[in-house]
Design a binder for this molecule. Structure first.
Ligand SMILES: CC(=O)N[C@H]1[C@@H](OP(=O)(O)OP(=O)(O)OC[C@H]2O[C@@H](n3ccc(=O)[nH]c3=O)[C@H](O)[C@@H]2O)O[C@H](CO)[C@@H](O)[C@@H]1O[C@H](C)C(=O)N[C@@H](C)C(=O)N[C@H](CCC(=O)O)C(=O)O
Ligand SMILES: Nc1ncnc2c1ncn2[C@@H]1O[C@H](COP(=O)(O)OP(=O)(O)OP(=O)(O)O)[C@@H](O)[C@H]1O
Ligand SMILES: N[C@H](CCC[C@H](N)C(=O)O)C(=O)O
Ligand SMILES: [Mg+2]
Length: 487
């Protein structure tokens, strides 16, 4: 239990009706989870207005309500707090409620269109193997040192973030690596957190359904850097054309990494193979199992963060060379029939292009690249023709299929992907709605030395249709289908 006035510390209050000197059990923003003596924060959402549920929350026993619009009738004994921005208020209240846990550990946020999970997860693994207690908040999972928790978002709501940071703090965690998505920043899920550092990976086409313009998307990412204090570090990828923009208004120590120009952290690719690549980082050579130019960037970012957080250079290089790939990120195996099967979470045009580029640079002869790919439903529609174009242009065979249709018609999504295929590439495209059938067809079409890329779902273990998630795992499907062919 905590006093409401302490929970509200630092929240800009427009108006107060009632007593703030009351004990509160828990902070909530969802009337379906509310209990006795809680405070309910009403948020205007995209689907519904949380203010509609104030009466329901009061019926359920809340002591206080935080809202942007005061109800016409106030009830005696209930405290009403009017704020300008409920999402922001929620984030500050969440941090206060859990005693600002982000101050008890070194928190590093990673933002950008692609690479957040890879960098955060690898940093978690690296610091674990260096012997530290570490936390992770990522698309795949939340880790409180060795304890794993399931997650629903890349960047969870501010209450969940602070609750997890509190658990980490209690467990003696020293470092936490966290993905900070553009939705998370826009919805102020990470507001009020004390970041020791922030990393920008890259910016390319995604989520324009939500942010509307590319400039708005970029400026949202930049908020992470704008909010840093001068004791933090701000690390950016200078080879991305928006990299320098991120550092424009930050008070933090400005740092950059690049494969192309002289920067604080500079790398070079010396050798590329299917099972790894040789990099030059500073003046040292470094072998990594992670392949692709995009992973060379990820490795440089990891190296820079580890050094900025106080680890010793040579030790960092040694630990990086031992890092394994992240689930669903260029995860591959070679079948008995010598077919290489790759699963990758590429679900943006840029990621798909990068992965196919990497595969194409590794081709040694006439082997076919067969790409199985779909686009998510209820997500940015404008990326569909672009991804259709890339898959058909950069592979010898493309199979368009479903990837979490959600509430949309799978056939319509596929048609939108087909619209991006150039006339000369149409003969290379097959459309098979059922993802299992699509993967099986790819396996049947493959012969020795061919490469199958199944893109878009990576680590996901489900296919979501109309709110129902059915078990589905690209990697397992490939294993089964290729085994069947082996006979
Ligand atoms: C588009 C988006 O981000 N939506 C998020 C948003 O939902 P919303 O605005 O639709 O909320 P709403 O349903 O209108 O409800 C408004 C308010 O009323 C409350 N409510 C609602 C119903 C009720 O009975 N009682 C009640 O109190 C809700 O709890 C909420 O506070 O606020 C919700 C609560 O925090 C989020 O769960 C929800 O994430 C949805 C599920 C989602 O799919 N988000 C994705 C797009 C997302 O955030 N993705 C990024 C990663 C993107 C990337 O790859 O870069 C992420 O960080 O995960
Ligand atoms: N630094 C990078 N630059 C470009 N593409 C990358 C980079 N790192 C990974 N990728 C590609 O993007 C895909 C997604 O990578 P990852 O999961 O690390 O990104 P993310 O930013 O966490 O994505 P999400 O927005 O879904 O959380 C990978 O499977 C790979 O194809
Ligand atoms: N974080 C991304 C993941 C997309 C993964 C893809 N498999 C899909 O379902 O569209 C999103 O929620 O937009
Ligand atoms: Mg992620």
């Amino acid at each position: 239990m905590k006093l409401l006035k302490d929970i509200l510390y630092g929240v800009g209050l427009n108006a107060v009706s009632g007593d703030t000197n009351v004990l509160i059990n828990q902070v909530h923003f969802d009337s379906r989870q509310i209990g006795m003596d809680d405070v309910f924060v009403a948020i205007k959402g995209l689907q519904v207005d949380g203010h509609k549920f104030i009466a329901k929350a009061i019926d359920a026993g809340v002591k206080a309500v935080v809202c942007e619009v005061m109800p016409e009738m106030v009830i005696n004994g209930i405290t009403y707090i009017q704020v300008k921005d409920s999402q922001q208020a929620l984030a500050v209240m969440a941090a206060n409620f859990y005693d600002n846990p982000s101050k008890n550990l070194k928190l590093v946020g990673v933002t950008g269109t692609n690479g957040k999970t890879t960098i955060s997860t690898l940093l978690y693994n690296l610091f674990k193997s260096a012997g530290y207690k570490v936390g992770l908040i990522s698309t795949i999972k939340i880790m409180v040192d060795d304890k794993e928790f399931a997650t629903t978002h890349t960047t969870p709501d501010s209450l969940t973030i602070n609750k997890c940071l509190d658990l980490m703090s209690q467990a003696g965690v020293e470092f936490c690596f966290m993905e900070v998505s553009s939705h998370g920043l826009h919805q102020k899920r990470a507001e009020g957190l004390h970041f020791q550092g922030a990393v920008f990976t890259n910016l390319s086409h995604d989520h324009l359904d939500y942010h509307k313009t590319f400039a708005a998307y970029r400026d949202t990412k930049k908020l992470l850097f704008d909010g840093l204090t001068k004791t933090a570090f701000a690390l950016t990828n200078l080879d991305d054309k928006n990299g320098a923009v991120m550092l424009q208004n930050t008070k933090a120590k400005k740092l950059s990494y690049s494969l192309k120009s002289m920067t604080d952290y500079r790398g070079q690719i010396l050798e590329r193979q299917l099972d790894g690549q040789l990099l030059k980082v500073d003046d040292n050579e470094l072998w990594t199992k992670l392949i692709g130019d995009f992973n060379a960037y990820n490795i440089l970012a990891i190296y820079a963060v580890a050094i900025e957080l106080g680890l010793e250079r040579l030790e960092v290089l040694r630990l990086i060379s031992e890092l394994q790939t992240v689930d669903g990120r260029f995860q591959y195996f070679v079948s008995k029939n010598k077919i290489t099967a790759i699963v990758d979470y590429a679900h943006t045009p840029d990621a798909l292009k990068n992965v196919l580029n990497t595969i194409n640079t590794l081709r040694t002869g006439n082997e076919k690249v067969i790409t199985v790919v779909g686009c998510g439903g209820d997500r940015d529609k404008s990326k569909r023709p672009v991804m259709g174009h890339i898959a058909s242009e950069m592979s010898q065979q493309a199979i368009f299929t479903s990837d979490n249709p959600r509430t949309e018609e799978p056939a319509t999504i596929i048609q939108e992907m087909e619209a991006g295929v150039e006339p000369q590439n149409t003969r290379k495209v097959l459309s098979i709605e059922n993802r299992r059938q699509a993967i099986r067809t790819a396996c049947k079409l493959a012969v020795a030395n061919d490469i199958i890329l199944v893109a878009g779902k990576g680590h996901e273990t489900y296919q979501e249709t109309n709110g129902v998630r059915t078990e589905f795992d690209d990697f397992k499907e490939l294993k089964i289908a290729l085994k069947e062919i082996e006979g």
